[in-house]
Write a protein that binds this ligand. Sequence first.
Ligand SMILES: O=P(O)(O)OC[C@H]1O[C@H](OP(=O)(O)OP(=O)(O)O)[C@H](O)[C@@H]1O
Ligand SMILES: Nc1ncnc2[nH]cnc12
Length: 180
Amino acid sequence: MIAVQSELIAAIRSIPDYPKPGIIFRDITTLLGNPRTFRRAIDELVHPYAGTKVEKIAGIEARGFILGGAIAHQLSAGFVPIRKKGKLPHDTVRIAYSLEYGVDEMEMHRDAIVPGEKVILVDDLIATGGTAEGATKLLQQMGAEIVAACFIIDLPELGGRKKLEALGVNVRTLIEFEGH
Ligand SMILES: O=P(O)(O)OC[C@H]1O[C@H](OP(=O)(O)OP(=O)(O)O)[C@H](O)[C@@H]1O
Ligand SMILES: Nc1ncnc2[nH]cnc12
């Protein structure tokens, strides 16, 4: 494993049985709170796209907002929030989805994407891929061209990457954790 990956893994805190028994929660607040690992994670996520024309970064609430804002700044792109239902003030498109430990609905503003715009989808972690699949469908419905979906963490045993790739999305992840 390369040094940056070991550093990112060491910066993440694992909390057993949160938010439900049997789940090991991968907590990135410790990575974000360390100036060096926060910067390294953003640099690693961004570098393949430096010099690529990307109009928008779509970040998934809540941790995708933190990463997506920093990535949008680096790539001089706009930022589009994909939020849990009921939080956005204007006309929205909505989709139901399920994730490793629950079900919910997410929304984005109808006018957030101009059809044909190149978009990178961002979140901290992909587990079952239910959340990212919902976001992908909303973006595609709005006519976005999804350049890639980027995550710091992949939980490969839960199959999220394969689910997104089956939708034709190019997936980039930095590190993996075994198990749930
Ligand atoms: O691949 P999946 O099984 O769909 O799970 C991944 C999602 O779960 C977490 O968010 P969570 O719903 O806990 O929301 P939060 O960021 O608001 O805490 C994580 O940040 C992803 O968005
Ligand atoms: N194990 C996990 N840790 C943190 N966020 C998650 N989202 C889905 N599964 C998760």
